[in-house]
Write a protein that binds this ligand. Structure first.
Ligand code: GLU
Length: 470
């Protein structure tokens, strides 16, 4: 309908068509983005990243397709927007006063801070005047702009800028000690730190900042206005918060000791149990998810026990084990098989309309606290105007089950509702690391006879790391 009217007007009046009309006529948005974990990337399920998802939603609102143009150079990205080669940039760009001089920013979709990063174990600089060694940042980045301002106060400050590496590569260069410091967005650091716990924050540079799409600064506001409306609508519907939760909720709080311990365990213990996880996962479950659950439950200790009598790799109660036909909970193979069966049962209870990955998070919460309580929290969520099919909404309400005011009106009553929230967050973090390690391993040819030595270390370590029974 819109298209007809536009074409008609255009043909008759010969008025120059607006930006919005151009997009509708060509049937697609042309958007420049960067290929990075904080913006746009490919994963096992296809294209992903917060910018990818946001732009796809926007395009759906306009009824058009999207063509993503990839460019990792921040200067070129700005130039492409200014020259009108693309409709806008959705590239994890920080809103800065300098950029606002020549770009027009849409409403922010996320807040970040800039973190100065160094390698754990090296001297910790507490402020910009204590840097010793090479500081390298992305050329034309918000950090480069911030450093210029800081140099006015600290004239001795020096750094280098690069268009050759990405933020992620700069982080890796800190680990291999090619450089001493870099500055990255907090989001970028959070995502990388789960895999590389040695990445340490020295301090936050400047004030919190916003990420937003950048449009050309031109007289035509037609597409820009649509973007403003889009963000207004999606914010009030809670969709922006859902996306931020999807990509970042589980990585925000970083625990160095816990992450180190987990990395060590993946190297020293996982091999011993991997076949059991793979076998029990079968075709329908992901073995890495089962392994993550098991690590959360027992730290991969077959004899783990809790004061309440749950035991084994998957911490099954005696009753559950019996119901699942598990004779010996302390046998790792049986315990893992039992855990997988139990997880399948909970998964079946999650309504079909709940889509992945939320479906998995709901099932895990049910595995931890009992599905009935999750249902109660979903009902409260709905009553409060939230979406009962979204994990990000329900996890806000689960802790209410600890309060009398709330649990007294529920079917299943009191529950320690903050526990499943923490439980799911931890498992998501472990799972991400396992997926990453698994993919790395698949890309390296494995020698056949590596197993034995590692198994011996694993046995020695086995009693060392228990969080369940000291
Ligand atoms: N947000 C930064 C900027 O706009 C770039 C972020 C990054 O490279 O991850 O300059």
């Amino acid at each position: 309908m819109v298209v007809c009217t536009i074409l008609f007007l255009n043909a008759c009046n010969k008025t120059p068509i607006t930006k919005l009309e151009q997009v509708i006529n060509r049937g697609k948005l042309i958007v420049v983005t960067r290929n990075s974990p904080t913006t746009y990337f490919e994963n096992a399920n296809g294209l992903a990243g917060i910018e990818h998802d946001l732009v796809s939603l926007f395009a759906a609102e306009l009824g058009v397709e999207v063509e993503f143009v990839i460019n990792d150079n921040l200067k070129e990205i700005a130039e492409m927007v200014e020259r009108g080669q693309v409709d806008f940039a959705a590239a994890g760009l920080t809103v800065t006063p300098e950029r606002e001089n020549h770009l027009r920013f849409a409403p922010a979709y996320q807040q970040i801070t800039s973190k100065l990063v160094f390698k754990q174990g090296k001297r910790w600089p507490r402020n910009i005047n204590q840097l010793e060694g090479e500081l390298r940042v992305l050329a034309h980045s918000s950090y480069a702009q911030e450093l210029l301002k800081l140099k006015e106060e600290s004239p001795q400050l020096h750094w280098s800028e690069t268009t050759e590496q990405t933020s992620e590569e700069l982080l890796m260069m800190i680990l291999d000690e090619t450089i001493d410091y870099t500055i990255v967005d907090s989001t970028e650091l959070d995502l990388n730190r789960r895999f590389h716990p040695e990445l340490a924050v020295a301090f936050t540079v400047g004030k919190p900042q916003s990420l937003a799409w950048a449009f050309p600064k031109e007289d035509d506001f037609s597409l820009f206005t649509q973007a403003i409306e889009f963000f207004g609508k999606k914010k009030s519907e809670g969709q922006i918060a859902h996306l931020v939760e999807k990509y970042y909720a589980h990585v925000e709080h970083f625990d160095y000791v816990g992450a180190r311990q987990f990395h060590k365990a993946t190297q020293q213990k996982l091999d011993k149990y991997k076949d059991y996880f793979v076998e029990s996962a079968g075709e329908d479950l992901d073995w890495r998810l089962l392994a993550a659950v098991s690590y959360q439950e027992s730290h991969w200790r077959p004899k783990a026990k809790s004061p309440t009598g749950v035991r084994g790799m998957m911490m099954l109660t005696l009753r559950t084990a019996k119901q699942l036909g598990i004779a010996n909970r302390l046998d790792p193979k049986q315990s893992i098989l039992g855990g997988a069966k139990y997880l399948r049962r909970v998964l079946e209870r999650v309504p079909d309309r709940v889509s992945e990955p939320d479906r998995t998070w709901f099932a895990l919460a049910g595995y931890n606290v009992g599905w009935g309580h999750v249902e109660d929290a979903r009902i409260i969520t709905q009553e409060q105007g939230g979406d009962p099919d979204k994990w990000s909404d329900v996890k806000e309400r689960l802790p209410l089950l600890q309060k009398k005011k709330w649990y007294k009106n529920t079917k299943h009553g009191y529950a320690r509702g903050h526990e499943p929230v923490k439980y799911v967050t931890n498992i998501r973090r472990y799972y991400d690391v396992l997926v990453w390690q698994d993919e790395e391993q698949q890309s390296i040819p494995q020698p056949d006879n590596i197993g034995d030595g590692e198994t011996i270390i694993a046995e020695k370590q086995d009693e060392e790391t228990s969080h369940v029974s000291p």
